[in-house]
Design a protein around this ligand. Structure first.
Ligand SMILES: Cc1cc2nc3c(=O)[nH]c(=O)nc-3n(C[C@H](O)[C@H](O)[C@H](O)COP(=O)(O)OP(=O)(O)OC[C@H]3O[C@@H](n4cnc5c(N)ncnc54)[C@H](O)[C@@H]3O)c2cc1C
Length: 499
């Protein structure tokens, strides 16, 4: 299947939708390509239609913004100005003499190819969670914080009955309060950041009163749901057992209300499952303070240590990165002609920043495709909001931090690369005895990062153990691709222009 558009937008989250609507409103025919079954991205993840959610807004904040985006998208689709390709997993964007080919794989099996030809491309692929390993993190019942949120928002499923939410970052707040509001008992919120770090950035926080109000709402919700909060603490170990069993896929919540307490799906029998975590206080050096350990019973640990941008597609196009973020100019253009980027692929900064960047990108693209110079006065309000939010999230990024000595929690037996089952001991041996000093050399010596996820889960941990900074990965494709699809790629467009 081959589609033809003037603009291909990869990603139907806040950034991609804002850009698609802004460009389409200015006469550009847009094709939005997204791996999800519905538009919304991570922030506005929607429950599947057949679940019949009565009040999906109960699981969201800023619902009115979503209604505006959703209605705008529907209106442009109805008018034939936007095409929305769902369940399309983009594995490569190729540059040609006459534009671009976006290569995707269709459906849950991701085996059927689809191509979109376009004159310009906007990358709005968002970010993914960073999780740092610790003993027991691979037990059933340990999920990522965003994963727990996605189960709730997308499948109306609670991951268990009693949860600990842990790690670091602002995402832990909506996750803890969202799970508690849906009926799960949240036994503790464990945040490794030091509250004093927030005082150091007081001015940046004070400049965003709306964000402060949002923070106050989370604090009130934590109090209301009697969630105990441990700051400057970390999870030292997750413990498994077979005593109480557990549920494979948790309880269900419809329209934000928990439906009874009954479990769906089968019991996990025989195997180990999470039954408690040990948390401990951190000292000024970021080490666990001996004697402060406490055990908290739970069947779910929702854990996350911040977010990382998705940059695979930008990297293969040759776009320049700033650190781990796609570099863009004031119009959200990358340094590759015809390629724009917006939202968390250009740096982690929340949904409001993604919306502002997407809007600016859409207007810039519409003007450039029409062969005119865009007038930045048209997006002045969005640009002001972008400046304020970038400043705010730089302070957020500086204040939230995993424990400085987190690698000391990884024992030699702890599995670090889950796909290839490579342990902390094997990685330390590669570093200490075989001289590996970077993620790639560790990969060649141990296979860490060589599996299905291609290091997306373990690269940060491997870099920490190797004592090097996390660098862009330079994967040739954003997804695994069947050989047959690879062999036929480009038949619709001929040979690509670039290297
Ligand atoms: C798991 C998770 C949960 C989150 N939960 C919250 C929350 O509860 N509250 C909160 O304030 N913030 C949350 N965030 C952060 C918030 O989602 C972001 O700030 C916001 O959604 C960023 O918008 P975006 O448009 O840049 O990217 P996203 O909303 O992430 O949208 C990117 C879209 O691109 C698609 N995509 C990516 N790569 C490809 C590809 N190769 N092919 C096809 N499609 C692709 C994705 O499916 C997604 O729909 C969460 C983030 C994550 C990762």
């Amino acid at each position: 299947m081959t589609e033809r558009a003037r603009l291909a937008v990869v990603g139907a989250g806040p950034a991609g939708l804002a850009a698609a609507i802004a460009a389409s409103a200015r006469g550009v025919h847009v094709t939005v390509i997204d791996s999800g079954a519905d538009a919304g991205g991570q922030f506005y993840r929607q429950p599947a239609d057949d679940l019949g959610a009565r009040r999906p807004q109960a699981l969201h904040h800023q619902w009115h913004t979503w209604e505006r985006l959703r209605d705008g998208l529907r209106a442009h689709i109805a008018a034939g100005r936007i095409t929305h390709l769902r369940d399309h997993h983009v594995w490569l964007v190729q540059r040609h003499l006459n534009g671009f080919t976006v290569h995707a794989l269709l459906g849950p099996e991701q085996e059927r190819p689809a191509e979109v030809l376009a004159d310009a491309v906007l990358l709005a692929t968002g970010g993914h969670e960073k999780v740092l390993p610790f003993p027991g993190w691979t037990l059933p019942g340990v999920v990522t914080a965003g994963g727990a949120q996605a189960m709730l928002k997308g499948a109306l499923v609670l991951p268990g009955r009693i949860a600990v939410v842990a790690g670091t970052g602002p995402l832990l707040l909506p996750v803890a309060t969202g799970l508690a509001a849906a009926g799960l008992e949240v036994a503790a919120l464990v945040e490794s950041a030091d509250p004093k770090a927030f005082l150091r950035h007081g001015r940046a926080f004070a400049a965003q009163p709306a964000k402060l109000a949002e923070g106050a709402q989370y604090a009130a919700a934590l109090l209301r749901h009697r969630v105990r909060t441990y700051a400057r603490h970390t999870v030292v170990e997750a413990h498994g057992g077979t005593a109480h069993g557990g549920t494979a896929d948790g309880d269900t919540a419809h329209g934000g209300e928990v439906r009874g307490g009954q479990a769906r799906g089968g019991e996990v029998r025989g195997g180990e499952r999470l039954e408690a975590v040990t948390v401990a206080a951190l000292d000024a050096d970021g080490r666990v303070r001996p004697g402060t350990e406490r055990r908290i019973a739970c069947d779910t640990l929702a854990v996350g240590h911040g977010m990382l941008p998705h940059t695979d597609l930008a990297e293969t196009l040759g776009c320049r990165l700033d650190g781990l973020d796609v570099r863009v100019d004031d119009e959200q253009r990358t340094d590759v002609a015809g390629v724009w980027a917006a939202g968390e692929t250009t740096g982690i900064g929340g949904a409001a920043l993604s919306l502002a960047e997407g809007h600016i990108a859409g207007r810039s693209i519409a003007a450039r495709l029409a062969g005119t110079e865009p007038d930045p006065r048209g997006w002045a309000a969005a640009a002001r909001s972008r400046t304020r939010l970038r400043r705010f999230f730089a302070a957020v990024d500086a204040a939230y931090a995993p424990p400085a000595r987190w690698t000391e929690l990884i024992t030699d037996e702890t599995v670090v690369c889950r796909c290839e089952e490579v342990t902390g001991g094997a990685i330390r041996e590669a570093v200490d005895e075989l001289g590996a000093g970077d993620v790639r050399t560790v990969k060649l010596l141990t296979r860490a990062g060589m599996g299905w996820c291609q290091g997306r889960m373990c690269a940060a941990a491997v870099a920490g153990l190797a004592g090097c900074a996390l660098a862009p990965s330079r994967r040739p494709f954003a997804r695994p691709v069947p050989l047959g699809v690879l062999a036929r790629a480009g038949e619709a467009t001929g040979e690509p222009e670039d290297d």
